[in-house]
Design a protein around this ligand. Structure first.
Ligand code: SF4
Ligand code: SF4
Length: 112
């Protein structure tokens, strides 16, 4: 179980949640942040901070966002960044890379 960053963070990415995380398991990519599923301790402290409600618990994730469980996990694998489990974000983890789903994602224009 872990918390997951979903679609609304893409291109918003203000980083507010990173200040709340006691274990620094929220990592920055090019267009969004990603939560490390093995490092997240499920404390929920990041949840209410997100201005666009992008953070959800994987046990309560809406069906149309379920693919973000894999997106967050795969960001750390060899197919994307190869970061593995660094044990917490540090400058050495900085990357402009994104999971292919996020890299290709096109935001639809907001309905006025
Ligand atoms: S639930 Fe807690 S440990 Fe997990 S990403 Fe949020 S603040 Fe970090
Ligand atoms: S607070 Fe929300 S919008 Fe900001 S970086 Fe975290 S998940 Fe993304």
């Amino acid at each position: 179980m872990a918390y997951v960053i979903t679609e609304p963070c893409i291109d918003v990415k203000d980083g507010d949640c990173t200040a709340a995380c006691p274990v620094d398991c929220i990592y920055e990519g090019g267009r969004t942040f990603y939560i490390h599923p093995d490092e997240c301790i499920n404390c929920g402290l990041c949840l209410s901070i997100c201005p666009v409600d992008a953070i959800v618990w994987d046990q309560e994730i809406p069906a149309d966002q379920r693919h973000f469980i894999a997106v967050n996990k795969e960001f750390f694998g060899n197919e994307v960044t190869g970061l593995g489990s660094p044990g917490g974000w540090s400058k050495e983890c900085s990357t402009e890379l994104d999971h292919p789903f996020v890299a290709a994602f096109e935001k639809t224009a907001a309905i006025a």
